[in-house]
Design a protein around this ligand. Structure first.
Ligand SMILES: O=C(O)CCC(=O)C(=O)O
Ligand SMILES: [Fe+2]
Length: 345
């Protein structure tokens, strides 16, 4: 048996799948798909959302593009002053990191394990490979940015009226992360209830390692991790994130999908489907930052409380109708960076 497994693990995916019988479905449960991903008219989708406010984009046109491509770029939809303010807050947080219990992941320091900001050397936090987790927990301004009405209107249409903004990351440089889809990792109770916003905090330079993505890849056959189905579980899944990435690059090539690179400006955003294949390009010029705030959203139905919550309900605040759950392990630091409450458009 051991010899069999050893052999099996050495085999590339296309060989191994004959040996490990896939257990469970290879796609999202069709019953749970958001309305826009079902076979209904866009009129029906828009009718359900009932957006009252005037939007700076054509919702129907953007939804049609979303269905086809698994992403949209919305131009000039966020107040750039808020984004400058947010970056200033992040810099100040790093400068005074000893005050913060927020966590971060920093390559060459704690590699695959999150550590507290106060325990990570400042220089590491400022360097390539650092990302701060859930900055929005501490910052009211970050909460306001991630729930701006222009973002929320679109997300309601592609997910549901009852939304939660449940995870975020701040990057100063490109993550240089290989190709992946988010749904196997950023999980909620319903894997298809996932979308993300990529919010640049400066104009993206081509040499800074822009985000890349494969248009239409959200419709490709899903990867099977072996035993754990389409989701990844560390220590249980038979296939690694690396094999998943290779599968995605290969299947996108097979279907003739050209990789695109995201060169958008501060104030613009990318919103992408939880199953869109994407990653961070290599940094060509190590001097070039690519400051960004990446936010993940789900439905309240799928994610009714904070992912670390052990009680029945989480302490919850609402911004533009979007539920944001406080981290039960860090309640003392909720909203401690509070200048954002005075930001006006
Ligand atoms: O910004 C990046 O380089 C990648 C971010 C990403 O893939 C994510 O947060 O899901
Ligand atoms: Fe991602």
């Amino acid at each position: 048996m051991i010899a069999f497994l050893k052999n099996t693990f050495r085999r590339p995916y296309h060989q191994i799948r004959h040996y490990v019988a896939p257990q469970g479905p290879r796609d999202f449960d069709s019953e749970t798909l958001p309305l826009v991903d079902k076979d209904v008219s866009l009129e029906q989708v828009i009718e359900k959302v009932q957006i009252k406010e005037e939007l700076p984009f054509d919702l129907k046109e953007k939804l049609a593009f979303w269905r086809e491509n698994g992403y949209v770029v919305l131009e000039n939809v966020l107040p750039t002053q808020w984004l400058d303010n947010l970056w200033n807050e992040v810099e100040d947080t790093i400068e005074n990191h000893e005050k913060y219990d927020l966590t971060a992941l920093v390559y060459q320091f704690n590699n695959t394990k999150d550590a507290k900001l106060k325990d990570i050397p400042k220089e590491k936090l400022k360097d390539i490979g650092a990302r701060i987790n859930d900055y929005h927990s501490a910052s009211i301004g970050a909460k306001k940015v991630m729930t701006h009405p222009n973002i929320v209107a679109f997300l309601r249409a592609v997910l549901d009226n009852d939304l939660t903004a449940f995870q975020s990351l701040v990057f100063k440089y490109s993550s240089q992360q290989s190709t992946h889809q988010d749904y196997p990792w950023v999980t909620s109770g319903v894997p298809s209830h996932l979308a993300a916003a990529w919010i640049p905090l400066e104009d993206v330079h081509p040499d800074s390692g822009p985000l890349f993505y494969y248009p239409g890849s959200h419709k490709l056959p899903k990867f099977h991790f072996g035993v754990t189905g389409i989701l990844y579980k560390h220590g249980l899944s038979l296939f690694s994130p690396d094999q998943f990435g290779k599968y995605l690059d290969k299947i996108c090539a097979k279907f003739g999908i050209q990789k695109k690179v995201l060169l958008i400006k501060k104030g613009d955003i990318l919103i992408w489907h939880g199953a869109l294949a994407h990653g961070g390009s290599r940094i060509n010029n190590a001097e070039m930052t690519r400051k960004s705030f990446v936010c993940h959203y789900s439905t309240v139905q799928a994610q009714p409380k904070h992912r670390a919550e052990t009680k029945d309900v989480s302490q919850t605040s609402y911004y533009n109708g979007v539920a944001i759950y406080a981290n039960p392990a860090n309640l003392a630091q909720e909203d401690i960076i509070s200048q954002g409450k005075d930001w006006i458009e």
